[in-house]
Design a protein around this ligand. Sequence first.
Ligand SMILES: Nc1ncnc2c1ncn2[C@@H]1O[C@H](COP(=O)(O)OP(=O)(O)OP(=O)(O)O)[C@@H](O)[C@H]1O
Length: 225
Amino acid sequence: MTEPILELRDATVTQEERAVLAGVTFALAKSEFAYLVGRTGSGKSSLLKTLYADLPLLVGTGEVAGFNLAKLPAGKVPYLRRKLGIVFQDFQLLSDRTVTENLLFVLNATGWSGKARKQQRIQEVLTQVGLSGVGNRMPHRLSGGEQQRVVIARALLNEPVLLLADEPTGNLDPEVADGIMELFTEINHAGTAVLMATHNFQLIDRFPHRVLTCQGGQLLDSGRK
Ligand SMILES: Nc1ncnc2c1ncn2[C@@H]1O[C@H](COP(=O)(O)OP(=O)(O)OP(=O)(O)O)[C@@H](O)[C@H]1O
């Protein structure tokens, strides 16, 4: 494998002191695409949360984008998150701000300066997700698929090395979901690794990649495709 962007060894994924997954060992290479599947409650979201340091790694070792998860002080968490793009099922845009203001909020929170530079970056990511004309709109005036594209644009602002997506197509029609998958494919081809939790096996059939399965407290690996 080329240098991994993410690697867990014998890791335990813990919720409220209870092990949800144990003995988790896997790595994801730079620019790799993998799915995370498993029944409801099997631990997909908990694993993703461990990877972006929302849950602590108490047992085992883990490295994500060069950060050591087992020894990550709280103050370093924002620096890890800056290397990651995080996309959830529920769009989580600020409903009282325009699309541009939503994106600006993240740039300001992550230390960007220069009005022109920020506007340029916002235009770039909106163009990348196929939404160059919507900057002045309020989120509720966009369709669900468009809102999800804005969320993806927001995740791309800081050029993440790894995109973590939790059911990103869960609330979308099949055709709209396909559009989101095509966008993820483009992002992946441009060099960003993608780890995506999903229940949608039809999508996996149409866009085949390696599959990691949460089952019986363990993580099973289909191997690389
Ligand atoms: N905030 C929490 N506090 C305590 N336990 C939790 C919390 N969130 C999830 N759990 C528990 O952790 C286990 C794994 O849940 P998780 O949400 O990771 O599963 P999942 O595979 O993502 O499920 P789904 O497909 O429904 O999203 C479940 O037993 C769940 O009840």
